[in-house]
Design a protein around this ligand. Sequence first.
Ligand SMILES: [Cu+2]
Length: 403
Amino acid sequence: MNQLNNPTAQAVDNVLIYIFGFSLILLLGITVVTIYFVVKYRRSKYPEPTSEVDGSFWLETIWTVLPILIVLTMFWYGWSNYVGLREIPQDALEIKATARMWSWQFEYPDGRKTSKLYVPVNKPIKVLLYSTDVLHSFYVPAFRIKRDTVPGMETYVWFQAPEPGSYHIFCAEYCGVGHADMTTSVEALSEADYAQWSQPLEPTGDPRGLIVLNEQGCIGCHSLDGSDGIAPSLFELAGQPRQLDKDGQTIEITIDEDYLKRAIRQPESEIVQGYDPMMSPYDEAAINNEDLQAVVDFLLGKAIATVPALNAAQLLEENGCLGCHSSDGSEGIAPTFKGIGQRNVTIERDGKEITLKVDAEYLRRALLEPEVDMVKGYAPMMPAADYLSPEEIDALIEHLLQQ
Ligand SMILES: [Cu+2]
């Protein structure tokens, strides 16, 4: 692999070559001299000692000082390169990595989660490391980085991928039966590919009204949290009284749908007391009637955030379930998902074997209390999926029953 632009590998390799190089020179030097003396001063040729010398100041000084200097340079060189591995470049992209038995999950700044680590090339990446259960170790040989993930503690590594491609990630800390399967990869993408990959896939789940308020820049003048600005706040408007200046007179109204629509379509006709008339009208070309209704509903508290449809297949992928359960029927360290909705399982409960039809109730137990009804022939190694929300559990169960 091209080591240019792979700073962490460069740092480790330089030190390795330096220390290994010196060790090799010393090994060869000492071995050659030893063989030379053994041959030259062999007993058959010199049965008696040939010299009475019992000390040399200069020789002893040199063979004491020189090794000290060599070892010190090894330390200095190793230390300065190690510091480079721990100091994160300023413009690094931060990604969270969570290890759990026996998979990795990566979370990006925009909240997206994946089971492979997607990064742009030639950009420093800071990986924040967490563990939800036991010690694991994040190891990427291509970048010469390895760091333990410790429950209750945050650790980190950084690297920079030199060229697009796939680089192995291993768990390098023995963490249980599935340890050897705890592998995934860094997927380094070119800048353009990464930009495309980063595009939001799903709607944000924000109510339409809020999206319109943001798109139209309303939030620039009207706060959403009740704080004062150059225009009245939009916080909790429904049913509030309001003093307005209308045609030179002061009137009091109660905020309702009709008032809000007027305030958006003809803001100059009624001015809230204490504010200047500076808002320009929003006609149908700017905000169509549907969006107007959405904004009004949102402001009156009638619209709540809609949860985007959960993608169960993606949940299985994100949470690393497929690391142990295959989806194609092949045998692994855990039962395959293929056909799971049409199967009977033999489980062991209180020392007795029972055969059950796989249904929603069974799957819920299997997800949340996996150790209770163990499928015969498998070891109890699955962690409870209690980190998933109830909606996510429901989505998974429905998805699995259709497999
Ligand atoms: Cu592990």
